[in-house]
Design a protein around this ligand. Structure first.
Ligand code: NAD
Length: 502
């Protein structure tokens, strides 16, 4: 394809999809084929400021839009996403690499948040206490903040933008989104559908770029809150920078999620669950199970775990029957390969080596097949770093409490899972484990939007998580109103010199 014929990704500013005037562009590359699908601009400061200005202008009217009007837009939006889910999944697979069923899952988990946003009337309701003093009532208003910003990672380019802007906008805010520069195409299609659903001009804006765009959003005086999802390194920077200028910030960050397998667990169910959670989406999930601790006699399951790992089919995400697609980029491929190398050098037992896998018809893809290390210790790089590839680290513990202690000593707190048939063991785990999202025989316990995403410790900065009830608090300011009304015929009451209301 000549440079001229490569499509460009547009900016969304004030209700218009516009071509950037920047001179800085980056290719969006199909990770299975290396085909250049499109070019994404790194927006100029002028364009980014125009996006924020249009959001600030739109806020003046959007903040007072009736509940029913806001809710109906999201009712229509969920239907449009549902009607277009195959197309959205195909775009996502082409630019990101995950399999088509997994890409549909990515869209679907975001769609669930849109459905929830349609219920904003009851979610945003305040509280009222009658007669807090004689003739006095106190009630709360949960009012929108203003312009909010979202910065999203490459690994869920549909779900994570949908964690953010629907809830922020449903609460009466306006929004500037900066998607991952690696795979913004599905996000842009979702933005088109949002406008089709009736989101007014300026209420949703999308800019593209990298570190400079992120810093502008963190510093901009008209932005009131920043939601970030991505790596711990960048998230820590975003949190510090956004809060330094007085903004609210919530940052969901990197992880190292462990499963504990007790010997009484349902063996085949457990092994199948481990494979899906470790190698699905090529391990590029913040909730992937990348460490398994086999306790006591469950250690004898290791050979079967290795054999089952070999059965997964590696291939292009668009090919039917693929279990493990390519890594998102050449850089990710090189990083994962070098971490495998380091695992070997540091003495872990490489029982399954997924490097050098050949995928017929896709010689240039960024493929790494399921890889399994045993004998992993807490000092090794493959344990300390988030590999973000299809690499499973197996550890051993003699007792259940020893396994719990390993997990609690790890700084991350995104997710964990226990496999057992014992209710008592499950309850002990739930009480003792210091991780924000816990699965009992559920490998990837990401909550549905009736709840919030509740990663903890080093996996999160800020008190409130994305979606669910917590995000309504994040995207609103509570105003408490205390009011009293005097009867016309009540005249000349006492001068009130104390602060006590009676
Ligand atoms: P990333 O941190 O590299 O990128 C995230 C965003 O930050 C992107 O929009 C990117 O453009 C921007 N960015 C990159 N470098 C920057 C810099 N130096 N300064 C400012 N902004 C910068 O993350 P990624 O590689 O796209 O995504 C994978 C990471 O995200 C993993 O660590 C994964 O665990 C994490 N993640 C966490 C969750 C969660 O809910 N906890 C969910 C999904 C992904």
């Amino acid at each position: 394809m000549s440079t001229q014929s490569i499509p460009s990704v547009k900016l969304l500013i004030n209700g218009e999809f516009v071509e950037s005037k920047t001179s800085q562009w980056r290719d969006i590359v199909n990770p299975a084929t290396q085909e250049v699908l499109a070019r994404v601009p790194f927006a100029t400061a002028e364009e980014m400021n125009a996006a924020v200005a249009s959001a600030a202008e739109a806020f003046k009217t959007w903040r007072k839009t009736p509940i029913g009007v806001r809710a109906r837009i999201f009712l229509k939006y969920q239907q449009l996403i549902r009607d277009n889910i195959k197309e959205l999944a195909a775009i996502l697979t082409a630019e990101q690499g995950k399999t088509l069923p997994d890409a549909e899952g990515d869209v679907f988990r975001g769609l669930e948040v849109v459905e929830h946003a349609a219920n904003i009337g009851s979610l945003q309701m305040g509280e009222l206490a009658n007669n807090v003093a004689g003739g006095v009532d106190t009630y709360t208003l949960n009012q929108p903040l203003g312009v909010c910003a979202g910065i999203t990672p490459f690994n869920f380019p549909a779900m994570i933008p949908l964690w953010m802007f629907p809830m922020a906008i449903a609460c009466g805010n306006t929004f500037v989104l900066k998607p991952s520069e690696q795979d913004p195409m599905v996000t842009m299609r979702l933005a088109e559908l949002a406008l089709e659903a009736g989101i007014p001009k300026g209420v949703l804006n999308v800019i593209h770029g990298g570190a400079e765009a992120v810093d502008l959003l963190c510093d901009h005086p008209q932005i009131k809150a920043v939601s970030f999802v991505g790596s711990t390194r960048v998230g820590t920077h975003v949190y510090n920078r956004a809060t330094a200028s007085g903004k609210r910030a919530q940052c969901m960050m990197g992880a190292k999620n462990h499963a504990i397998v007790l010997p009484d667990a349902n063996k085949q169910q457990t092994l199948n669950n481990l494979l899906g959670a470790a190698y699905g989406a090529a391990g590029q999930r913040c909730m992937a199970l990348s460490v398994v601790i086999l306790v006591g006699e469950a250690q004898s399951w290791l050979p079967e775990l290795v054999e089952k790992s070999k059965t997964l089919k590696v291939g292009a995400g668009a090919e039917p029957g693929t279990d493990v697609g390519p890594l998102v980029s050449r850089a990710a491929f090189d990083r994962v390969s070098s971490l495998i190398e380091r695992g070997v050098a540091e003495g872990a037992e490489l029982l399954l080596d997924g490097r050098n896998v050949q995928v017929p018809g896709y010689a240039d893809g960024n493929f790494v097949a399921p890889t399994l290390f045993a004998g992993v210790t807490a000092e090794m790089s493959i344990y300390r770093e988030e590999i973000f590839g299809p690499v499973l680290c197996v550890m051993h513990a003699d007792t259940f409490d020893e396994a719990i202690a390993i997990i609690n000593a790890n700084p991350n707190g995104n997710g964990t899972a226990l496999f057992t048939r014992s209710g008592a063991a499950a309850r002990h785990f739930q009480e003792e484990i210091d991780i924000g999202q816990v699965g009992i025989n559920v490998p990837i316990p990401v909550p549905v939007p009736l709840f919030s995403f509740t990663g903890s410790r080093a996996s999160k900065l800020g008190d409130l998580g994305p979606y669910g009830k917590q995000v309504v608090q994040f995207y609103t300011q509570t105003k408490t109103v205390t009011q009293r009304w005097f009867d016309e015929d009540e005249v000349g009451g006492p001068v009130n010199t104390t602060i006590t209301l009676k």
